[in-house]
Design a protein. Structure first.
Length: 389
């Protein structure tokens, strides 16, 4: 692997080791190295706000901590919280969030990433908006309007940075927490700048523009991550990518290797070379992700999430194909809405097999939507805790 390989892993769980009691950070570290755990990490990908509002009408207590109610582990990760983007590029300043046009039931808005999109009036979540335009159409847009918003040396990017690094270092020292830094992936970044359709044309018609934007991405990430590592030791780089749909990669493997992969190898390799001890490279992509796995292994990927079942992902089968890949997700959000019998059957397929394999964190395969009842979700959490040790 580029910049250092995975640490040696051991997958044979002794009874004595499994009976040890772990804290959350120890459980995460053991999971990432395929070592025995007392039970699988207990967390969720995330839960829609709309689902929480529904559940309040179905018995969710107002005065009880949700993590306690759902039997989630306390957080096992800490981080410096440096804004390197996620689903949107880390613009400073962001674009003005405003309404461009009111069309009655819908409206065209400009979001903080400079995109114009048509949404239902008063609702921006839970459906696919209609994207009208994106901030980059040509080199002129990039140089004059967009690139200045991605200045890695802008002091506003580092507000409270020293204090956050100190807090994360103390959590790592006191509780053993893993230190993770999030970042937007190259494809996600390009798609946010140009839009998925125009980006496909640009790979052919404007390759110089793509190379310029990706070189800036690499410079931003290299410089910012080096600043982080000057303050604190990193355990993980966690990248939002979403390069897949329900039939595989949104761009060809050749395009990934030409425009994106060399920059990942550079950024991950540089980060790993700056410190002793392994830095895990974690990737989030929706869709049928199996065709992406070999490519991202070339960049040093260790961890992948969330394995959308609707796209054909089966974590048990994929786990057999890639026995050294740490996996998170793979529990079908549609099954959570289907009832207790369906939930039981689904979990009984996944949890025992993945517990035996190791290197697995069970979560929903995306956010838990508001078609899942409180009763079904509580049954799901109960069955997880019955099966995961």
């Amino acid at each position: 692997m580029i910049g250092g390989g995975r640490p040696h892993v051991r997958k044979h769980n002794s009874r004595a080791e499994k009976e040890c009691i772990f804290n959350s950070a120890e459980r995460y570290r053991a999971t990432y190295t395929f070592k025995p755990v007392d039970h699988l990490v207990r967390r969720e990908f995330y839960i829609w706000d709309e689902a929480i509002e529904r559940w309040k009408n179905e018995g969710l207590p107002e005065d009880l901590d949700q993590a306690e109610l759902f039997n989630f582990d306390p957080g096992g990760m800490a981080g410096p919280g440096l804004n390197l983007g996620w689903c949107e590029p880390p613009f400073i300043p962001g674009y003005e969030d405003k309404v461009i046009e009111d069309d009655g039931d819908t409206e065209i808005i400009q979001d903080v990433a400079g995109r114009w999109l048509r949404v239902f009036k008063g609702r921006r979540h839970g459906f696919m908006p209609d994207y009208i335009k994106h901030p980059v159409t040509c080199m002129k847009d990039w140089i004059e309007e967009v690139q200045p918003r991605l200045d890695v040396n802008d002091a506003r990017r580092y507000e409270q940075f020293d204090a956050k690094c100190t807090d994360a270092a103390e959590a790592a020292e006191r509780d053993g927490k893993m230190v993770s830094q999030g970042m937007i992936g190259g494809y996600m970044y390009l798609r946010a700048l140009m839009g998925p359709e125009d980006l496909l044309y640009a790979f052919i018609d404007q390759p110089q523009l793509i190379h310029a934007m990706m070189q800036h991405w690499a410079t931003l990430m290299n410089t910012a991550i080096e600043k982080v590592q000057s303050k604190i030791r990193l355990d993980e780089l966690f990248m939002a990518e979403d390069i897949c749909y329900n039939h595989g990669l949104l761009i060809s493997p050749d395009m990934v290797r030409e425009f994106i992969l060399p920059h990942y190898q550079e950024v991950v390799g540089n980060a790993r070379a700056r410190q002793t001890g392994h830095i895990y490279f974690s990737l989030d992509t929706d869709g049928w992700c199996v065709p992406a796995i070999p490519l991202y292994l070339e960049a040093g990927m260790d961890v992948m999430t969330p394995f959308e079942v609707a796209s054909g992902c089966d974590v048990v089968e994929i786990g057999r194909q890639y026995p050294d890949l740490v996996m998170s997700g793979g529990i079908d959000k549609r099954v959570l809405a289907a009832g207790k019998g369906a939930i039981d059957k689904h979990l009984e397929h996944i949890i025992p097999a993945m517990l035996e394999r190791g290197g697995y964190v069970p979560t929903c395969d995306h956010g838990v939507p508001d078609n899942v009842s409180f009763e079904n979700y509580m049954h799901y959490r109960k069955r997880i805790c019955e099966l995961d040790h």
